[in-house]
Design a protein around this ligand. Sequence first.
Ligand SMILES: Cc1cc2nc3c(=O)[nH]c(=O)nc-3n(C[C@H](O)[C@H](O)[C@H](O)COP(=O)(O)OP(=O)(O)OC[C@H]3O[C@@H](n4cnc5c(N)ncnc54)[C@H](O)[C@@H]3O)c2cc1C
Length: 319
Amino acid sequence: MTEEKKTDFDILIIGGGPAGLTAGMYAGRGMMDALIIERGLPGGQLLNTHLIEDYPGFESVGGADLAQKMTDHAKKFGANIVMDTVDSIRRDADGNFEVATQLGVTYRAPAALITAGGLPVKLGVTGEEEFAGKGVSYCAVCDGAFFKGEVLAVVGGGDAAAEEADYLTRYAEKVYLVHRRDELRASKLLQDRVFTNPKIEVVWNKTVDEIAGTPTGVTELKLNDTVTGEKSDLPVTGVFIFVGFTPNAGLIKEHYEHDEGGYIVTDTEMLTSIPGLYAAGDLRVQLTRQITTAVGDATTAVIAIEKYLADRKQAQGVA
Ligand SMILES: Cc1cc2nc3c(=O)[nH]c(=O)nc-3n(C[C@H](O)[C@H](O)[C@H](O)COP(=O)(O)OP(=O)(O)OC[C@H]3O[C@@H](n4cnc5c(N)ncnc54)[C@H](O)[C@@H]3O)c2cc1C
């Protein structure tokens, strides 16, 4: 006789990055029955990060190493992790969550925590994949310090591009801000910062055709002038791409409050506008997106969920 698959839990955690793994660990310690559903290997964006030098307690730790440590830690306290992709998060008439996956399973729980992160929008040009982690980056706070004294390019024209170009000048000798138009979309304040920073030169009306280099790293960008069609080369050893970030929030199949970028709005306990649905980490509206903020959010969320579940049980007992 085959054992029936367990599908009912106290909490369903969607995504097994730093936020999801932290939530699994806290839920386990709180003796709650939690399931983390992760579509790949646990670790999230840590697995795309070579070295992490700003996670307290670890002066320098490999991304994959930290991912393994967080996974082991969550499992040690009893978190269940299943490899599957979540397709939808819905609520039934009783306010319980139904989480349906690509493998055809529907998991159920009275509370759900979405920690599915998001993805930086890519340029989609030759060399972008090849040089990822070898000169191509999507995170200046994370990788800027690896480029001390070098000449870099930032691609984009919005707030993130302007802000990160300015940030990168603390390390780089020079930063080219490559933008496809003849004016920036960034706020006036950030534009002023860019224009008054002697280390930044804006390269107007250019798109990137290709990121080129040697087996060890990036050496230049091949540019196209959007007005004249003229081709040119820009010698740089690193390129930071900020052309957008898409939160993985579309899994939620009922209206939820979000900002114009699609980031989920939560209160201070990480509760979304849907009762019983919490959000933590990169996909929620917040000032910065780091490992420390993701694990902090997840901690708060699980403690809040514990209270939510206790209150709900009490209310049901009274009814
Ligand atoms: C290259 C790079 C370097 C970085 N370096 C640093 C650094 O040095 N220091 C720092 O503090 N931060 C760094 N960051 C940022 C940091 O990695 C993120 O802030 C952090 O990982 C956010 O954690 P999270 O759990 O919210 O999301 P994520 O890490 O994005 O995890 C989300 C998880 O959800 C899973 N998922 C998504 N959709 C589904 C689905 N439908 N079904 C199942 N699973 C799903 C994903 O597979 C992923 O594992 C870096 C980011 C990048 C990209």
